[in-house]
Design a binder for this molecule. Sequence first.
Ligand SMILES: Cc1cc2nc3c(=O)[nH]c(=O)nc-3n(C[C@H](O)[C@H](O)[C@H](O)COP(=O)(O)OP(=O)(O)OC[C@H]3O[C@@H](n4cnc5c(N)ncnc54)[C@H](O)[C@@H]3O)c2cc1C
Length: 552
Amino acid sequence: MSTPAILTVDDDPNVSRAVARDLRRHYGENYRVVRASSGSEALDALRELKLRGQQVAVLLADYRMPQMNGIEFLESAMDLYPRARRVLLTAYADTDAAINAINLVDLDHYLLKPWNPPEEHLYPVVDDLLQSWLATPDAATAELRVVGHRWSAHSYKIRDFLARNLVPFRWYVADDPEGARLLAAAGLTADDVPLVVTAEGKTLVQPNEAELAGNIGLTTTPAADFYDVIVVGAGPAGLGSAVYAASEGLRTVLVERRATGGQAGQSSRIENYLGFPDGVSGAQLTERARRQALKFGAELLSAREVTLLETCGSARVVHFADGSRIAAHAVVLATGVSYRMLDVPGCADLTGRGVYYGSAATEAPGCQDQDVYIVGGANSAGQAAVYFSRYASRVHMLIRGEDLRRSMSRYLIDQIEAIENITVHPYTQVKEGGGDDHLEHLTLVDTRTGEETRVDASWLFIFIGAEPGTDWLDGVLARDEHGFVLTGPDLLSGGKRPTGWRLDRDPYHLEASVPGVFAAGDVRSDSVKRVASAVGEGAMAISLVHRYLEGQ
Ligand SMILES: Cc1cc2nc3c(=O)[nH]c(=O)nc-3n(C[C@H](O)[C@H](O)[C@H](O)COP(=O)(O)OP(=O)(O)OC[C@H]3O[C@@H](n4cnc5c(N)ncnc54)[C@H](O)[C@@H]3O)c2cc1C
């Protein structure tokens, strides 16, 4: 693989030369240092690097440049190299601008000028950023290639898994010339897809997620068999728990069955999370949290599903789908919720082949200039409608009620109303879907009149409420009638503690019906179902874990 680049841009030639010199001196052996004297020159350089398939690890931009300032440059650069680490060089007087940029361009660091001596002010910062960049799968697997069929559910699952784990890859349809060449090189035919070719040239034929994870640099095997705390689920609640637990010195393992970020990772723009006045993509927010958790020493296991929870004396034991297990003093369940399936004829068979649950961002380019149908009227459906409206010729939102007011936040309704190619269809439900190898048509019904309309449709995205998927906790933890985990005061019925509870105290606020097991975020009965509250509960669960451990 070619040498990754560090790009620096400053309109003052003396400063620009000095930064480049300092960077070359320290990093020249392993990185190519690219220097530009304006934002537009730097963007041209980035475009060229992109076309040549080269990687960019760090961008350092001066804040005060004429025409395009450093923040504007970094914002545009994010479109080309979203995971390059971003540094703004500022004078002391511009500190406020730099702090604002932390939200606007997801700034990793701002560096006050002058940075002399570089050994003290520049290199430690860049070292840190390079280290975190190198730890992303991006650095190791930029050449990952996937060959599959356009309408194959398995091919979709693999692309979705890679995208959600922020692993860049090239996608080839099996009968593309390059797709066919890769299949031939692997001695396979189009019947054998999906095929994954790793950066090292290893071929994986129809891999499952665990196999895939293990081959793209994600950790799937625990380093120990006993921890202080096991956190199950790496959505906002689990990430919140892992960051606080690890930073407070607990030996922490975070277990995730699919991809870090959970539901929030699917959100194209979270606008109500504290501290991000311009909104933040869920992937960006949760990727930062993942790095933060790893930085504090939490271990993250990917593509591992927890299927059983057991109590063995004071240990809490967690079993994986493959029969292996790990144990800890305490467990935080942060398993969130999953979309409810749309139970109408024809749709189940077409899942992953035109019918998708959640926003399936990998599919957006495929929807270019076509009609997209979205079922649901809550915020998640609204965000998806806004997102897909950039690609589709028209987005049709099918909702059960009269309008969006009862189910969606005002800011999203305003956005939707302002977008010309989104149409909201009130009182409308899907009656059935059909197609040969993929979705080709839908029958919609007007629930007021019963009138049915058949439409040509290749894209249906479903957002119809969610369920906790906690059947595996049956008989282990007390849950409410919808399967959400009961905690704290909700466990006390008529002032009586839950069955089997032997401690001489009531369950702590987020503690489940087994002492030392806590629930945080959407999986908890009566929780708020927001990113901020999930993160807050994740953090709070750890303070209760400490209290629990002290009482042991
Ligand atoms: C498209 C979309 C947009 C949204 N937008 C907003 C918004 O703008 N603002 C806002 O506040 N909220 C928003 N929400 C809601 C918000 O994302 C959720 O409230 C939040 O993610 C809940 O966090 P959580 O960690 O409790 O659960 P989740 O995010 O659901 O994460 C749970 C994780 O646990 C994993 N898991 C589940 N079971 C197991 C198991 N047995 N073993 C291992 N891992 C397991 C799952 O794979 C998942 O990654 C949105 C939701 C969606 C779907």
